[in-house]
Structure formats: structure tokens, C-alpha cells
Design a protein around this ligand. Structure first.
Ligand code: TXA
Ligand code: MG
Length: 325
């Protein structure tokens, strides 16, 4: 079992222990507002290799590099005017910008998968403080085995990776609950949505002053491998747009609306009884895991609205339901 430190009670201890592990080239589990990250020194190839090893992740996936603030990000990447506007509007927060890497950057090619771009995010709260203290960017994918549901609590991380890492920082339940929105501004000024996430699309369009292009297929293999079909897969089968639930299935519903057959369901979860999509996003991965753990071999999920954070929620659900490879 990994050492656990609660950042609320023992913030200074947590910062010091984390810096010690990171300086020794060890990945640590770290709370962010989106999901828990498996973080390591983005300039140290051995440390980054341990991230891939710990997750069992295919090596061609580039990792998001987390920075303390815009000034730090500008040391590593080149900002066009729209990206800078987006950074100023949404950082610290659940937005990742894919930007051209500065040639002299010491972010290691293992973190960017050898691309000439880098995904950068400035996280809120403790994670930002830790990066400031450490002084270097942290490469951090979500702290789960490759292809599994992202963790939104220290307990999720412990159950999956507790035997493989030394330190889990416990910041309680992640407040956003789905990963960051990933955006790339192209040289011709088009703004592409690579992954819907914690910042809703309409807000990004408002700041960018233009519509986002949703890139289904554009270089998908390199640019959004986090969108591989069977990502976020629970063990149980997932059945979307359910209007009824069969005996023995688990049910995930929304807005307090009862579903035919739920008396005989193995377990029933409501993502947000009041119909609040932020609350639904925050509960999503936890309830998918709990529905899976109920022993049901199928999880029925009712349709979830597609506006606002519903876009990210539906994106993750369709991946959870995709055929397993
Ligand atoms: O909220 C989040 O983004 C969380 C927390 C820990 O910050 N991190 C996260 O990382 O979701 P990960 O590794 O699970 O997803 C990273 C996504 C991948 O789909 C990856 O392909 C994309 O970001 N990405 C990273 N760098 C990229 C680049 N240079 N070009 C295109 N996509 C990139
Ligand atoms: Mg992930």
C-alpha cells in the first residue's frame, strides 16, 4: 500500500513528501480539480517512463504537462493570441491547450511522444502549489491503469495503483470529476476541440470568439489517443439510453426520474437528483465504479442531456460503452 497524506490536514508534509518523491524520479498520485493525476517530473525521462510503466500505457500517448501559471507555460510553449486569451480566462482550471513546443524546452520527448507540440494545463489548488514548489512542469495522465475509469478519489487510486506507487496525496473527491477540455488553435486560426471536458464548449467559444471544430478523425491516432474506443471501460457491459432496467442490471439515472424495473435492479445511482450537470460530472466515474462493483454484468444508463457539461459526460459514456478491443 502507498503512503497516504491528507493535504487538508497536512499540507506542508504533503508538499515536502511529494517534492522528495518527484526529485527522486518517482511518480506520485496527486489530486486535481478534474481527476487524480499520476505525476512525474516532465524533464526526467526515467520518471516519465515510470508513468507509462505504472499505467501499462501505450508509449505513443503524449502526456499533459502541468504548469504553475501562464508565465511558467510561456517558458516551454509558444502562445498565439487566442490561446493566450483562453489561458487567461480559464487557468487555473480544467482546460488543456495544445501549443507549439519551444525548441529549447527541456520537457522530455517521452512526455510529448516526440511531437513538436505540448499539451499544457494549469491546475487549481494544491497541484498548482506543488508545481510552484517543485519548480518544474509535471507530466500527469489520469492515475489509473490504461483503459480504466479515471480516479476521482484517493481510494480509487489506491485500489488500482496502490501496490505500484509510493505516495498518494488525498485531496478528497475531485470537484469537477471529468478530465480537462483539450483545445488546439491551428496556425490558420481554426480552434479545434480535441476532447470535451470540464470547461464547457460554449464558454470556450465565447472567449475565442468563434465556433470550435469538432475533429472526429483528424490525426486521431496522434492527437487524441485518450479518445480510443474502449477508454474508461468498466468490467461490466454498458447499455446507453436505457428506458428500463432488467433484473440484476445496475442502473445509473439522472434528475430523480424513476426507471421501469428499478425495484429489481442490483443497484441504483442518480448522477444528480436535482438535474445539475456539474454534480453529475463530479459523480460520474465514482458511480460507474460503484455500479461495476455491485456485481452486475451490465450497467443500464438513461440518456443524459447533451448541453453544457453533458457533452463531456456523454463523450465518456460512449467510450465506456464502446466495443472492447
Ligand atoms: O484533466 C486532465 O486533463 C487530467 C488531469 C490529471 O490533469 N489528465 C488527463 O491526462 O486526462 P490523460 O493523459 O489521461 O489525457 C491526456 C490527453 C490525451 O488524449 C493526449 O493524447 C492529449 O491529452 N494530448 C496531450 N498532449 C497532446 C498533444 N501534444 N497533442 C495532442 N493531444 C495531446
Ligand atoms: Mg486518462
Amino acid at each position: 500500500m502507498a503512503r497516504h497524506i491528507h493535504i487538508e490536514n497536512e499540507r506542508e508534509t504533503a508538499l515536502q513528501a511529494a517534492v522528495t518523491e518527484l526529485a527522486a524520479g518517482q511518480p506520485i498520485a496527486l489530486p486535481t480539480e478534474t481527476v487524480y493525476g499520476l505525476a512525474a517530473d516532465a524533464t526526467n525521462p526515467a520518471a516519465i517512463a515510470r508513468i507509462y510503466e505504472t499505467k501499462g500505457r501505450p508509449q505513443f500517448n503524449p502526456l499533459i504537462c502541468h504548469m504553475a501559471d501562464i508565465a511558467m507555460a510561456e517558458r516551454y510553449a509558444i502562445f498565439d493570441p487566442i490561446s493566450l486569451d483562453l489561458a487567461e480566462a480559464f487557468w487555473p482550471g480544467p482546460l488543456t491547450l495544445v501549443l507549439p513546443l519551444k525548441p529549447a524546452s527541456d520537457i522530455h520527448a517521452l512526455a510529448t511522444a516526440g511531437l513538436d507540440t505540448v499539451g499544457i494545463r494549469v491546475p487549481q489548488g494544491f497541484a498548482g502549489d506543488l508545481i510552484r514548489r517543485f519548480g518544474k512542469p509535471l507530466a500527469a495522465p489520469s492515475a489509473n491503469s490504461s483503459g480504466k475509469i479515471s480516479p476521482t478519489s484517493a481510494a480509487h487510486v489506491e485500489a488500482d495503483l496502490g501496490q505500484k506507487i509510493n505516495l498518494i496525496l488525498d485531496g478528497g473527491a475531485a470537484s469537477v470529476g471529468v478530465e480537462s477540455t483539450i483545445v488546439k488553435v491551428e496556425e490558420d486560426g481554426r480552434v479545434r476541440l480535441l476532447r470535451p471536458g470540464g470547461v464547457v464548449t460554449a464558454e470556450i467559444e465565447r472567449v475565442a470568439g468563434k465556433r470550435l471544430e469538432r475533429s472526429e478523425k483528424v490525426s486521431a491516432a496522434i492527437e487524441a489517443p485518450g479518445m480510443l474506443a474502449s477508454h474508461y471501460a468498466p468490467g461490466a457491459a454498458v447499455r446507453l439510453n436505457a428506458t428500463s432496467v432488467s433484473p440484476g442490471e445496475a442502473l445509473i439515472r439522472f434528475e430523480g426520474i424513476p426507471v421501469a424495473g428499478e425495484e429489481t435492479a442490483r443497484a441504483v445511482f442518480d448522477l444528480s437528483p436535482s438535474g445539475d450537470l456539474s454534480e453529475a460530472a463530479a459523480n460520474l466515474f465514482d458511480y460507474l465504479k460503484a455500479a461495476d462493483a455491485s456485481g452486475a454484468d451490465s450497467i443500464a444508463i438513461t440518456s443524459i442531456p447533451t448541453h453544457g457539461l453533458g457533452e463531456a459526460i456523454n463523450d465518456r459514456l460512449s467510450r465506456a460503452a464502446a466495443p472492447r478491443s
